[in-house]
Write a protein of this length. Structure first.
Ligand code: PLP
Length: 392
């Protein structure tokens, strides 16, 4: 039995007629840039999230960057983010000229560890009264020449971060909170959707995400009218009215054809996420008596949307090869932690700086996960994993 990592073809068949009809509309109106399809999706997604504004953008990375820019975070600023995340979170920070500061993960959630975040701030940037803190609202001193301005929690693999703790730390130290919700479309923390919990949030609509377009796309969500207006201007050359430029903006707009796909998919998102949760429960049950594999755990106060189903496995590389021989596709998220990549060597972190993240890079394995998986496929994956360890 073949088990793909992700099956976009089967999903497309279920929405094909709707997508084609919506594309016909866009083509007939030739409203390719910021047309009604984009406005409609922005309103629908804001309604789905329960927030005031959604601004459609060109990608998730652009959403993170524009959020930072709009909060005036650039050279001279530092941003605290998890060491265990997709590199785009850090790229956004360095992309605006700010300094990424990494914090190790909590091995239970794979997300930023709030206790380690607090400890870092207390040890490295708390005001000792010797000046340097530039504003009264921000009782922090600079670290490596940059002043911490924001925390960027990532709801990694679809599991919401401990937001109460993050928001309390942010309030205590006068930091902004920008959620990286690029893997958590539809997830809830204490009843509220991720992407509505901080000052601003970034979403990606890369095809493989829980809500994915048929090309690149992204969005910022916020409840702040002024920030939303700023972003909307920034994405469109810094103008509200064509050729009247108020700020030096950029070009990063959600494409109308992509917005049409997202509008077709959005009504299905909760049901698709529920299917992912069912598959996750089936995996956990099927692997319960396999001590070599640890399945993810979800805290009771949040809804995980399992963008990825990531287990910790003994002899991970051998298991992955064994599964691959049996036509089961798996993934590594992520094989090399950000601080050990060539791209970020000049941040100056050494091996051993983030032990939990580094350990996870050695033993994490992402099993096939998408709404369209069948029970038989999940069972087959579990049986093959059992067989691998039984044969040792
Ligand atoms: C996908 C992703 C991004 C970037 O999104 P793009 O649309 O590919 O630019 C950022 N952060 C995280 C955590 C992601 O998974």
């Amino acid at each position: 039995m073949k088990v793909p990592f992700l099956d976009l073809k089967t999903q497309f068949k279920t929405i094909e007629a709707d997508v084609r009809a919506r594309w016909e509309d866009v083509l007939a109106n030739t409203s390719f840039i910021l047309g009604p399809a984009v406005r409609e999706f922005e309103q629908e997604f804001a309604g789905f999230l329960g927030c005031k504004h959604v601004v459609g953008l060109g990608s998730g990375l652009a959403a993170l960057e524009l959020a930072l820019r709009t909060l005036d975070i650039g050279p001279g600023s530092a941003v605290l983010l998890p060491a265990n995340t997709f590199i785009a979170t850090a790229l956004a920070v360095s992309g605006v000229g700010a300094t990424p500061i990494l914090i190790d993960m909590d091995p239970r959630t794979y997300n930023i560890d709030p206790a380690k975040l607090t400890r870092f701030i207390e040890q490295h940037c708390q005001d000792d009264g010797s000046a340097l803190s530039v504003s009264n609202s921000c009782p922090l001193v600079s670290i490596r020449g940059s002043l911490p301005r924001a925390i960027m929690p990532v709801h990694l693999f679809g599991q919401p971060t401990d937001m109460d703790e993050i928001l309390a730390i942010a309030a205590r130290y006068g930091l902004r909170v920008i959620e990286d919700a690029c893997q958590s479309h539809g997830a809830r923390y204490k009843g509220r959707r991720t992407g509505t919990l901080g000052d601003m949030a970034a979403f990606s609509f890369y095809p493989g995400k829980n809500l994915g377009a048929y090309g690149d796309g992204g969005a910022v969500a916020t409840n702040d009218d002024a920030l939303a207006e700023q972003i909307a201007m920034c994405r469109n050359y810094g103008s509200k009215k064509k050729y009247y430029h108020e700020i030096a903006g950029t070009n990063s707009r959600l494409d109308s054809l992509q917005a049409a796909v997202l509008s077709a998919k959005l009504p299905h998102l909760d049901e698709w996420n529920a299917a992912r949760r069912r598959h996750a429960e089936r995996y956990a049950a099927g692997l319960a008596d396999c001590p070599q594999v640890a399945c993810p755990v979800t805290a009771a106060d949040r809804d995980h949307v399992f963008h990825l189903y990531v287990v910790r496995a003994e002899r991970r590389d051998a298991l992955q090869a064994y599964l691959s021989e049996r036509e089961i596709s798996t993934g590594l998220h992520y094989p090399i932690p950000i601080h050990l990549t060539d791209a970020y060597r000049d941040l100056g972190y050494q091996e051993g700086a983030f032990p939990e993240t580094e350990r996870a890079a050695q033993d994490m394995l992402s099993l096939p996960m998408c709404a369209e998986l069948t029970d038989a496929q999940v069972d087959y994956v579990c049986e093959c994993i059992q067989a691998f360890y039984a044969g040792e």
